[in-house]
Design a protein around this ligand. Structure first.
Ligand code: ADP
Ligand code: MG
Length: 608
């Protein structure tokens, strides 16, 4: 047997690519309009016949193409817009993948006429199913005219699935609206079956929005405009009382590209909180500008999806800007601008959530009661036997045994010495904490100890006083499969008591607005929630022990892991809190939280 793998002929490869980029006449329209804009056209005509199924023609007065480029533009991955991989991060043009024309030409009959301003004659090229039929000189106006006839003529399965002219036309209009709104300075017109449907002369942004969405829109618009240097937003949102029951008036553009983003849609909706009903959709036409290096538009061939380097910052910015605009126009009586300060100073590295184990609520601040734990420890242990006096030589494990000012009082009996001394704990291998006690020393497993502390705290919260919630500046989303989503939804009341402000968003997503205020910064809430789901798939909320189970999982996840360096203050705090626990001896999973080493034992072992 010979080798089997062959490179596909170009025509087939193009057709396969076309499957992704070109789904219907509207996709062709989008690509052609974008090409005309990239060619800096000042005037663009869109001419359609039969919902675009018979003809889609875009005529522009842009730069035009040379003879060679006229041929090249139909090659796959042929583009004038990027040259190297780096350019992907500087994209300001609508196109860059260099596949649209190749794809279109593989599934239609295409005629190109193009001429650059300084060329005496233009080029005419006929191409059908990727095969060039004619290339010749021609007389033509400056710019480019591209006609696409009989889309999918050679892909019957696709052709068959095209919908009625009316429906295809609706899809086309949608693309046309998006492009026309983003480029108000460009003159657009649209003809369908020889009738002029749209005529949009160059205008300002507001006039253009009104031109596209209709004259009654004008009175509904509230302008939005904010600029932080890093991010700008401008455009319009609808007055709350003009929100509609149906969607269709929501337009978000990033660097003039129409995008679909459930996340930012939510940001906008949340700015309308309490201003519109649950089932209502506010109008918006918003243009966000952001350094192209901070986004990735190359997520999907249609470029409708976009990834941000820091989506939470963008979320916050959009929400505050819209809220601000509504407030300025008297839509919101009192405003919550405290968030604005963070905008002015924040760059993309903003972190939210500040509280930590380092300064946890409900436990004595380090320094105030450093020795309390030793008292507690002493009580927990069997009553201390009569003391061994402090070792004559300084304890090597307690290099700085400081004595409190009050502790020198001679009346103090020996066995109180332990509480009176400030002893420095030692971290060993970033895992164990060694701390001297009167009768010897303790070796504390930092992770097991922290798990115990957190576990008891979480159990308590689920039964009593719920946690204080630290609102996240940048809410995060969690997308789940349907069964996990249902499970998580059932856990919301418990999670809420634990300090998670979690809200369902759509059928399978949740938005995390806040976290327990006393979590450590390394704590990854989204990952924790995923783990909780993992462990709770077959642990129904009503099962006995469910709360303990949840608390155990949480504690395991949120505890400072081994390998984490700790400061002296943190260690003292941890020790304090461990011995304030009901059951300080073990982690909730059953591992020892600490081991005691008695001097007596040690002495004996050294002697033997
Ligand atoms: P892309 O837009 O991703 O570069 P296309 O297949 O849409 O890929 O277009 C290929 C190339 O053809 C473009 O990079 C551009 O140089 C040229 N081109 C396409 N349409 C036009 C036009 N209307 N005017 C001038 N040049 C065009
Ligand atoms: Mg293009």
């Amino acid at each position: 047997m010979g080798d089997l793998i062959r490179l596909l002929p170009d025509a087939i490869a193009n057709q396969i690519a076309a499957g992704e980029v070109i789904q219907r006449p509207a996709s062709v329209v989008k690509e052609l309009l974008e090409n005309a804009l990239d060619a800096k056209a000042g005037r663009i005509q869109l001419i359609l016949k039969e919902g675009g199924k018979q003809l889609i023609q875009v005529v522009d007065d842009g730069t035009g193409m040379s003879v060679t480029d006229a041929r090249m533009c139909f090659e796959r991955h042929a583009t004038s817009k990027i040259r190297q991989a780096d350019d992907l991060f500087r994209i300001r043009t609508m196109g860059f993948r260099g596949e649209a024309l190749a794809s279109i030409a593989s599934v239609a009959q295409v005629e190109l006429r193009t001429r650059r301003e300084d060329d005496p004659v233009g080029t005419r090229l006929l191409i059908e199913a990727s095969a060039v039929q004619i290339q010749e000189d021609c007389a033509t106006a400056k710019g480019t005219s591209l006609s696409v006839r009989n889309l999918f003529f050679n892909v019957p399965a696709r052709r068959k699935f095209l919908k009625s002219d009316q429906l295809e036309l609706r899809h086309i209009m949608e693309e046309f609206h998006r492009v026309a709104m983003a480029y108000p300075e460009v003159h657009f017109s649209l003809y369908h079956n020889d009738q002029e449907v749209f005529h949009l002369p160059p205008a300002n942004s507001r006039q253009r929005v009104v031109g596209v969405l209709g004259p009654t829109t004008n009175a509904r618009l509230v302008p939005v405009e904010e600029d932080t240097g890093d991010l700008t937003i401008r455009g319009f949102v609808g007055k709350p009382e003009t929100a509609r029951k149906t969607r269709g008036e929501q337009f978000l553009f990033i660097n003039r590209r129409f995008v679909k983003s459930g996340y930012l849609h939510h940001a906008i909706l949340s700015a309308y909180e309490e201003l519109i009903g649950e089932e209502q959709h506010p109008l918006y036409v918003l243009f966000l500008d952001i350094d192209p290096a901070r986004i990735d538009v190359n997520v999907h061939p249609t470029k409708h999806e976009i990834k941000f380097e820091d989506e939470r910052l963008v979320y916050h910015f959009v929400k505050v800007s819209v809220r601000h605009a509504l407030g300025r126009h008297g839509m919101i009586p009192s405003l919550d601008f405290e968030a604005d300060h963070s905008l002015a100073t924040s760059k993309f590295d903003v972190r939210s959530g500040d509280a930590t184990i380092r300064a946890s609520s409900g436990t004595p601040a380090p320094g105030s009661g450093k020795q309390d734990w030793q008292e507690l420890f002493r009580v927990l242990e069997k009553p201390l036997e009569e003391e061994n006096p402090q070792p004559a030589v300084p304890d090597p494990f307690a290099p700085a045994v400081l004595v409190d000012s009050g502790s020198t009082a001679p009346s103090e009996s020996h066995h109180l010495m332990a509480e009176r001394q400030t002893v420095r704990p030692y971290q060993i291998h970033q895992r164990y904490i060694l701390t001297p006690i009167k009768s010897g020393f303790l070796l504390i497993d930092q992770q097991a100890a922290h798990e115990r502390i957190l576990y008891e705290r979480f159990v308590e919260r689920m039964q009593g006083e719920p946690a204080r919630i630290q609102k996240e500046l940048f809410p995060r989303t969690l997308d789940l499969n349907p069964s996990d989503a249902a499970l998580l939804e059932s856990m919301i009341p418990d999670l809420h008591r634990l300090g998670f402000d979690l809200e369902p968003f759509g059928r399978q997503s949740f938005i995390l607005h806040g976290l327990p205020a006393d979590m450590d910064p390394h704590f990854d809430a989204i990952q924790l929630l995923r783990q909780l789901l993992e462990h709770h798939r077959d642990d129904l909320p009503l099962k006995p022990g469910h709360h303990e189970n949840l608390a155990r999982q949480m504690a395991r996840h949120a505890a400072i892991p081994r390998g984490t360096p700790m400061t002296e203050e943190e260690m003292l705090n941890l020790i304090d809190r461990l011995f304030a626990c009901e059951q300080p001896y073990k982690s909730p999973g059953g591992r020892a939280a600490f081991i005691t080493f008695e001097l007596d034992d040690l002495d004996r072992r050294f002697r033997s």
